[in-house]
Design a protein around this ligand. Structure first.
Ligand SMILES: [Zn+2]
Length: 221
């Protein structure tokens, strides 16, 4: 534990600022959140990327979103048995215990994980193909998305793979028995989003159009 140290000063100061302002102004509400437990309406699965900020995009407060983040916002296929299935555990808890009404997969532009997967599948990233690479083996989840990419230049194909990461995750979500049960009962809906970090854009998967379309312009269900 020799590497563990007290919190850096800049974070201590930021915390103290929050405690004295946002928390102090809303103390009763925070206490009620603690007493009543959490009742989030939606689960969000997004990338670890520090530029993806789902609570900011939707102006969400504590208690609203049950958020799981991993590299490239991927959901692995359902798999029973041993292993340490962090993403699957989060989905199970959100759907079966919290009974969220929506699971939203949020992809994004210039995703390093997706770029790594693309390079690996193109044979340009041997380090990711090593059995010891956690990132490489995690990104194997997206290989089916790579197989379906249309022809084109690298930039267009990488962008298509970013969106494929959302679709592969939505497909894999539906392999979980408890997700299937909840969606069949009408208790749960699944959604795919992709955000353009530079432009602040947000697109949603429109099943009727068979494409991602800007949010607010999707076809009626
Ligand atoms: Zn990413």
């Amino acid at each position: 534990m020799g590497a563990v140290r007290p919190l850096p000063d800049y974070l201590v100061r930021r915390y103290q600022g929050w405690k004295a302002t946002t928390y102090a102004d809303n103390r009763a509400w925070y206490r009620r959140l603690a007493e009543d437990g959490q009742h989030p309406r939606a689960m969000i699965i997004s990338c670890c990327d520090s530029r993806v900020h789902v609570t900011s995009i939707f102006g969400a407060d504590q208690g609203e979103f049950f958020i799981h983040r991993n590299i490239a916002n991927l959901v692995p296929p359902y798999e029973s048995g041993g292993g340490q299935h962090g993403t699957s555990a989060a989905i199970e808890y959100a759907v079966t215990s919290l009974k969220v009404a929506h699971v939203i997969v949020l992809g994004h532009s210039i995703c390093g994980g997706v770029q790594g997967c693309y390079d690996m599948c193109e044979g340009r990233a041997p380090e990711l193909e090593a059995s010891t690479s956690f990132v490489g083996r995690w990104m194997d989840i997206l290989r089916p998305g790579y197989q379906r990419l249309p022809a084109g230049d690298d930039a267009a194909r990488v962008r298509a793979l970013e969106k494929a990461a959302v679709l592969v995750s939505l497909e894999n979500l539906q392999t979980f028995p408890f997700v299937e049960t909840a969606t069949a009962a009408g208790d749960l809906t699944l959604h795919g989003l992709w955000t353009d970090i530079a432009e602040g854009g947000l697109e949603t998967w429109d099943p009727a159009a068979g494409d991602f379309v800007p949010v607010g312009r999707s076809s009626p269900p």
